[in-house]
Design a protein around this ligand. Structure first.
Ligand SMILES: *Cc1c(COP(=O)(O)O)cnc(C)c1O
Length: 351
């Protein structure tokens, strides 16, 4: 071993879902099957090449302004980043500096553990119950901060707002982050609590409900004090996180509320239909309020099914990790894509 080896920060990285470069039915990374708002396409055509020569606006003011208007908050309550992964990572760096462990569920977005390891933040996973629900009392113990997604991933379970508020209320000495990547498919957002609790940060993304995973836009909404701390950390790291085009297209996507709501409604409708289809085939799953369903089958091994699907060019997500070895996460695609999936499953199961 070289002497310098001992001073290298070694981490076990997050493993993203596959992005195959050939055409497949892609139900493995919770992308939106519909294109972004029509206004984005128009902005694409009129993009001024001149803009590329210049650094982007470090404050992302156009996008911040549009998000503030959309959510009815002040501009100094909005922080934007390169996908919510960037925003969440900045939050870990900025707010989780206690000697006490940060709490998050044992089955959840696997990036939390990676950021905690990367930044040397102590953490403790709280076990979901047998039905994969968060046990809120587990979060009453002393800790260095709390983060959980609502709906949770990959379970797709949504907890009502009074449940979320109870966790925030019991943790007023630390920062509580609610990761709402899928909330638009689910129900009420914790955004209405940000002016009530000064320890709350709500994080959302353009990647799922807004059909823009490829542009990398995420945001946090909180009180001006915590947003300032986030910006201070960001400007100590990289001032120009958001590129010109993301800023431009992001604004157009937020402007078109009608298109957004229409697309979300279509996915929710396909999801409810897909639940019936899965049920008829004997699959079991927690009730999904997201754009994916977390399924298991009593008679079919998840890994074998995952591989058979892949061979048929249908990509879903499989982890094989503790407690979820027999589960697959299936993103809701278009009705046609889902019909192909169910046609395959019927044949696979000899039905
Ligand atoms: C997809 C996802 C994110 C990250 O999304 P970005 O594409 O980085 O905005 C964050 N949290 C959860 C729970 C997710 O599922």
């Amino acid at each position: 071993m070289k002497a310098f080896e001992k001073n290298i920060r070694k981490v076990e990285p997050y493993v993203p879902g596959e992005q195959p470069q050939h055409k497949v039915i892609k139900l493995n990374t919770n992308e939106n099957p519909y294109p972004p708002a029509p206004g984005v396409a128009k902005a694409v055509r009129s993009t001024d090449i001149e803009r590329m020569r210049l650094y982007p606006d470090p404050t992302s003011s156009a996008l911040v302004k549009e998000l503030a208007r959309y959510y009815g908050v002040e501009e100094n309550q909005v922080f934007v980043g390169v996908g919510s992964d960037d925003v969440l990572s900045m939050c870990f760096l900025t707010f989780f500096n206690s000697e006490k462990p940060v709490f998050f569920p044992d089955i959840t977005y696997s990036f939390y553990k990676v950021w905690a390891d990367l930044y040397r933040i102590p953490y403790e996973c709280q076990k979901l119950d047998a039905d994969f629900h968060i046990v809120k009392e587990d979060y009453y113990q002393e800790n260095g901060g709390v983060i959980f997604p609502n709906p949770n991933a990959p379970t797709a379970i949504y907890e009502e707002l009074d449940f979320v508020e109870d966790i925030i209320e019991h943790n007023q000495d630390v920062i509580v982050i609610v990761d709402e990547a899928y909330v638009d498919f689910a129900g009420k957002s914790a955004l209405e609590l940000v002016n009530k609790y000064d320890n709350l940060i709500v994080v959302q993304t353009f990647s799922k409900a807004r059909s823009m995973a490829g542009m990398r836009i995420g945001y946090a909404i909180s009180n001006p004090t915590l947003i300032k701390y986030l910006n201070d950390a960001k400007y100590s790291f990289n001032s120009y996180t958001m590129n010109q085009t993301s800023l431009l297209y992001g604004v157009e996507a937020v402007k078109d509320k009608e298109y957004f709501e229409e697309t979300v409604a279509k996915i929710v409708e396909t999801r409810e239909w897909a639940k019936d289809q899965f049920r008829e085939l004997g699959f079991e799953f927690p009730d999904s309020r997201a754009n994916f369903i977390f399924v298991t089958h009593p008679d079919h091994d998840a890994k074998e099914l995952f591989e058979a699907l892949k061979k048929a060019n249908i990509y879903v997500r499989f982890w094989g990790s503790e407690r979820i070895e027999q589960y697959l996460r299936v993103t809701i695609g278009t009705k046609e894509e889902m019909e192909s999936l169910f046609a395959f499953l019927r044949e696979y199961m000899g039905r």
